[in-house]
Ligand binder design. Structure first.
Ligand SMILES: Cc1ncc(COP(=O)(O)O)c(C=O)c1O
Length: 436
């Protein structure tokens, strides 16, 4: 009998005799939590995930999550693609695959990147289980405890969650309507970040877009300091107004003269995007573009995480996308979300009280509201939920505090008439809380 089993027997006997009390539930909980690794201390429940639960209540209008509109999911195309995959590639699609990802899908993504002026090879592409996984893998790759990550403030909450698990600290850079404040950026670059995490297109959460001049400057200054950039671009194709702007990875490749023809792609920027917003988040298909040395290391890291992204989902995504379907589908999404953005902007103008400001995103899924100083949107959320409307309080998106008077509103999920009603409800809540 092992010492452990003997100990357990003794414990059981003493409990049965009543000599000692059965460990209470909280004590058992402490037993576990004392054993959690230090890195878990900063991993806490995501307010967004909690809020998503609210969307299940049909009478709550939720501007909280980042959900695509279910009406735009191409259910029929996915069903037909699934049937073809099972008919023509059933045994391989249900088998393990390589960590890098399904080769034809990577080749398709290479062509996609090429259309946006980024010249890479399949060896520069890694398929991930959503770009959320890419953020986690990149955190594992780059962050030692106490390393500092330069981020926009506010920035994507999911990135903070991923990087927090690796005990990152942050160098926040404030943003305005043109994205990162460039003077503040320069000062924070001097603080020696391990890398810059940037969302140039219709940023989550604020909806703002980094101007072309600032993109060039960011790429050039980061290169001058020898600091890599992680570019997260889930929304680049969802533009409803204005001209497409080149990605940081493209500007960087031009600056360094890398990629294209026989030249290796060796830039200073890791780029990531996803099919979550242009096809369906349930497939969990995203990709990272990086120099081969980085991809090789990410592949090794990913092996320890999940071996590979779902073979079946990669086959289905490829089958849906290969004939060019996504181009026409993205046009449809743009039309639907563009209309919803208009609905929200005009409802805000009609119903929100004076003194409240909001951004006017040219694309994406979100806009950002700033209430007058003194408001606390976390406290306001309670009232809002009683009024059956939800949003995400802005403070959650700030890596180093601040933003108490801000909130993020999603405009892609609810149809225009529901947006109108939700904004009316929210306006009532703000009016009631108005500081005299
Ligand atoms: C900026 C940003 N990065 C990454 C993600 C994660 O996307 P995915 O569904 O590909 O994991 C999101 C999702 O909303 C996002 O907004």
């Amino acid at each position: 009998m092992s010492i452990v089993t003997a100990g357990e027997d003794l414990l059981g006997r003493l409990i049965a005799e009543g000599s000692i009390a059965r460990p209470s539930a909280p004590a058992a909980e402490t037993l576990w939590s004392q054993r959690f690794a230090q890195r878990t201390q900063r991993i806490t429940a995501s307010m967004i995930r909690e809020l998503l639960k609210l969307t299940e209540h049909p009478d709550v209008i939720s501007f909280g999550g980042g959900l695509p509109a279910p009406e735009v999911f191409p259910v029929e195309e996915v069903r037909a693609a699934t049937e073809r995959v099972l008919r023509d590639h059933g045994t391989t699609a249900l088998q393990y695959t390589t960590t890098e990802g399904y080769r034809p899908l990577r080749e398709l993504l290479v062509r996609h990147m090429g259309r946006y002026g980024v010249d890479v090879r399949p060896e520069n592409v890694l398929i991930t289980s959503g770009s959320q996984q890419a953020l986690d893998l990149i955190g594992k790759l780059l962050i030692n405890p106490g390393d500092r990550v330069l981020t926009e403030a506010p920035t994507y909450l999911g990135a903070l969650q991923a990087f927090n698990a690796y005990q990152a600290d942050y160098l926040p850079v404030p943003i305005d309507d043109d994205g990162m404040d460039i003077d503040a950026l320069e000062a924070q670059l001097r603080g020696g970040p391990k890398f810059v995490y940037a969302l140039p297109n219709f940023q989550n959460p604020a909806g703002v877009t980094l101007s072309l001049a600032r993109r060039r400057r960011l790429v050039e200054r980061a290169a001058a300091y020898g600091i890599p950039i992680v570019e997260d671009d889930p929304y680049g194709q969802l533009r409803y107004e204005g001209e497409h702007l080149p990605s940081l990875v493209k500007i960087d490749a031009e600056l360094h003269g890398c990629g294209g023809g026989e030249r290796a792609f060796t830039g200073n920027v890791l780029y990531m995007s996803t099919l979550s917003k242009t096809l369906a988040p349930g497939l969990r298909i995203a990709w990272v573009v990086a120099p081969e040395t980085v991809i090789t290391k990410l592949v090794q890291i990913k092996q320890g995480t999940d071996l590979h992204t779902s073979t079946f989902c990669q086959y289905v995504a490829y089958e849906v996308a290969r004939g060019g379907f996504l181009d026409q589908h993205v046009r449809r999404i743009r039309a639907v979300y563009g209309e919803r953005r208009e609905a929200m902007l005009s409802a805000l103008a009609r119903h929100f009280p004076r003194g409240v400001r909001w951004t006017r995103p040219q694309g994406g899924l979100f806009l950002w509201v700033t209430l007058p100083k003194g408001f606390d949107t976390t406290a306001l959320l309670d009232e809002a939920i009683r009024e059956k409307v939800a949003f995400v309080p802005g403070a959650a998106f700030y890596p180093c505090g601040g933003g108490e008077e801000t909130m993020r509103l999603n405009f892609s999920y609810a149809p225009p008439e529901v947006i109108e009603e939700g904004i009316k409800r929210l306006a009532r809540v703000i009016e009631r809380k108005r500081i005299p």
